[in-house]
Design a protein around this ligand. Sequence first.
Ligand code: SF4
Length: 324
Amino acid sequence: MENKELKQPLVQVKNLCKYFQLNRKATLKAVDDVSFDIYKGETVSLVGESGCGKSTTGRCMIRLYDLTSGQVLYDGKDISKLNKTEQKEFCKKVQMIFQNPYSSLNPRMTVKEIVGEGLKQHGMSAKEVDEKVEQLLKTVGLNKDHMSRFPHEFSGGQRQRIGIARALSVDPEFIICDEPISALDVSIQAQVINMLKNLQETMGLTYLFIAHDLSVVKYISDRVVVMYLGTIVETAETEELYSNPTHPYTKALLSAIPEADPKKAKANERIPIKGEIPSPINPKNCCRFAERCQYATERCFNEMPQLHEIKPGHKVACHLTENM
Ligand code: SF4
């Protein structure tokens, strides 16, 4: 990613807020002032515990949700202001792979119908659809014989491959991978990750990879964005984040990754996080991590820390690092 600052990002998320008004008094702030960029050809991972707003952010970026405020720009254009032709193009260029391969495929459709659906909508003949589906299945490690089968005849890993073939069918540029491996057996997870990496190299794809822990994303990400209760707490290039984690929440997440080497495991003491993730309904205007942070001071319960740069490209939202 050389000369990044000279290039325009492919995707720009600017001060994105997504609130759900539950009743007159209760507002669920699922995403609260989140900003980050994604450059062409890179993989940015959005990581955090369930309920931190990462999937909602992904859904806002593909227009499954309207934004409460803020902007998402794709190729420099605000995605909420596209005309009909631009919207059609956007729907082709941006695809999503969903978390649960058991519920994201229509059980009444054959693999050929699932993967070929987008192709038909874009005007291909039946013969062209057949050929393209066959080629797509080959790309994801399945074959022609699978075309006439239904989703229930496949394992979880195979279903996720079908979901990936469906996403690839319209020649996308940018794919939002929403926890694509968390429902799969550990033995299958590495296969799917490697396949996504290979596809990125051969097809020049850009990914937003959403995950709930840091163990998975190390091998696929160029940069990592760590979210906690609707806000970004830390972001850095992958190597920097793993070698120099700075926010107490990131440190705790990293310390929870199992270490195969017993010597290293002894040296890397696990940092516990107190309690459960608090409710995102009417959150206080203070550090969202304060209730669980072992370093919290009075200021942390009264003032929201701002995301600030501690090194080029490495940003942290914590009062402790403001003078670094
Ligand atoms: Fe912990 Fe305070 Fe930093 Fe929040 S601002 S992470 S509570 S030290």
